[in-house]
Design a protein around this ligand. Structure first.
Ligand SMILES: Cc1cc2nc3c(=O)[nH]c(=O)nc-3n(C[C@H](O)[C@H](O)[C@H](O)COP(=O)(O)O)c2cc1C
Length: 199
């Protein structure tokens, strides 16, 4: 039985990219969302909009592997900004002209966690995090990482790397444990983590 009357949607004052504000906890807060090559990358456009709904401005940085699981266009649409996919002459990885308060790595791959913990800065995401760690050490930024991966990748190296980063002040967000995997926590949990990181 068809119960739709085929009317167009009710008009709205919101523009195509706009989000309704659900709170102002992140008002004035510039968040860098660093997306790496976990399959959960496909959920990140909605995460961007969830952060914006609490007032954040979001700039997205993507590893090349992450772009296999989410499109640059969807993230640009969601963030209302270009996505940083390469190290380039504008040096966005240093964020000198408009520093970020919070760096959220979601999903954080085994690979990127390992590189960052080892001081490797060979991609736009790892170079941005090298700079973020320096800012963290000076008390000027927060870094949150949400590791997600298949249970078989949970090994001693990962644990050591997470502990090392945690000792430096990086918040390792506990994953959602389900189906033999460490999955990305729900959006609202990630947004609350960002809000909580600001103290
Ligand atoms: C289908 C598929 C899904 C993957 N999902 C994950 C994942 O959830 N977590 C992870 O750590 N690696 C995952 N990987 C492996 C990473 O993509 C790989 O280690 C890659 O080098 C990560 O690069 P990046 O850290 O520069 O983004 C996956 C690979 C494939 C092919």
């Amino acid at each position: 039985m068809n119960d739709w009357n085929y009317q167009p949607p009710r008009p709205s004052d919101l523009g195509d990219h706009d989000v309704p504000l659900d709170g102002e906890e992140l008002s004035g807060c510039a968040v860098a969302l660093l997306v790496t090559g976990g399959i959960a990358a496909y959920t990140t456009p909605t995460l961007v909009r969830a952060l914006r709904r609490r007032g954040a401005t979001v700039r997205v940085f993507c590893s090349s592997e992450s772009l296999r699981y989410v499109s640059e266009e969807a993230l640009a649409w969601a963030s209302v900004d270009s996505v940083v996919t390469h190290l380039g002459p504008d040096a966005e990885h240093l964020s000198d002209s408009s520093p970020f308060k919070v760096y959220l790595v979601a999903p954080a791959s085994y690979n990127t966690i390992g590189k960052v913990a080892s001081g490797i800065a060979d991609t736009v995401v790892t170079a941005t995090l090298a700079s973020a760690l320096g800012r963290l050490e000076r008390g000027n930024a927060r870094i949150l990482m949400a590791p997600t991966m298949h249970g078989s990748m949970h090994n001693g190296i990962l644990v050591d790397n997470c502990r090392r980063l945690s000792a430096m002040g990086v918040r390792i967000i506990p994953p959602r444990d389900a189906y033999g995997k460490h999955n990305l926590p729900r959006e609202d949990v990630l947004v609350d983590e960002v809000i909580g990181s600001l103290g």
